[in-house]
Design a binder for this molecule. Structure first.
Ligand code: IMP
Length: 201
């Protein structure tokens, strides 16, 4: 598609998230860049107390350094039986510098005596865009149930324990295209894509 005048940086060091975000913009007339192209930008500490604050923090920080339009994503898994935890702390639920597996095992352990009907949860994503003047934000969410053991090998993070009743599959049993069509991030990005196209066309 058309002119590639607009550069857009995806402000994350998480390559799994970046892949999903990037794929929604595949056919947009923008040059999508990643933080790999800006090695001087290190980890951005998520000091916000909400997903919105963290998504904005990531986009604002990278925009300030590069002067280019930036997109930040922050996602949380909210489990009802845990009062909405791990929520904004989803990346470090089991501690600092832990693996996806560590977080997932901690979640299953916290829920070990919670029966199936009380294991309801949702993924929520906030996308925040800034070009230094204009700001946009969108959100997406999907409801599911936390399984008692992991299933499936696609996706990342908590996907293997996030069961979608309508599909009778965990998020990790979906193909990347299937996940992006209905996921929290896919929905937020779909809305953002429309807003972005309005700006640039
Ligand atoms: P953050 O948005 O980078 O703070 O992501 C928080 C954490 O949530 C990640 O480290 C993952 O463990 C988890 N996460 C984010 N997005 C997804 C997803 O699409 N599926 C499963 N887990 C996710």
């Amino acid at each position: 598609m058309g002119n590639l005048n607009l550069k857009l940086i995806i402000a994350t060091h998480n390559s799994d998230k970046e892949k999903e975000l990037r794929s929604v913009l595949d056919d947009c007339p923008v040059e999508v860049m990643s933080l790999e192209q800006f090695p001087e930008i290190g980890d951005i500490e998520e000091t916000g107390s909400t997903l919105y604050e963290n998504a904005k923090l990531k986009a604002d920080t990278v925009n300030r350094i590069t002067n280019l339009p930036c997109l930040g994503d922050d996602t949380g898994l909210e489990v009802d039986a845990l009062g909405g935890a791990p929520g904004v702390y989803s990346a470090r639920y089991a501690g600092d510098n832990v693996s996806y597996e560590d977080n997932l095992m901690k979640l299953l352990s916290e829920l070990r005596s919670t029966p199936s009907e009380k294991r309801t949860a949702r993924f929520r994503t906030i996308i925040f865009y800034t070009d230094g003047e204009r700001e946009l934000y969108t959100q997406g969410e999907i409801q599911g149930i936390i399984t008692k053991s992991p299933r499936g090998s696609n996706g990342f993070g908590y996907d293997p324990v996030f069961y979608i009743p309508e599909l009778k599959k965990t998020m990790a049993e979906l193909t990347p295209a299937e996940k992006n069509k209905l996921s929290h991030r896919g929905q937020a990005m779909g809305k953002f894509r429309k807003l972005l196209l309005d700006i640039i066309q």
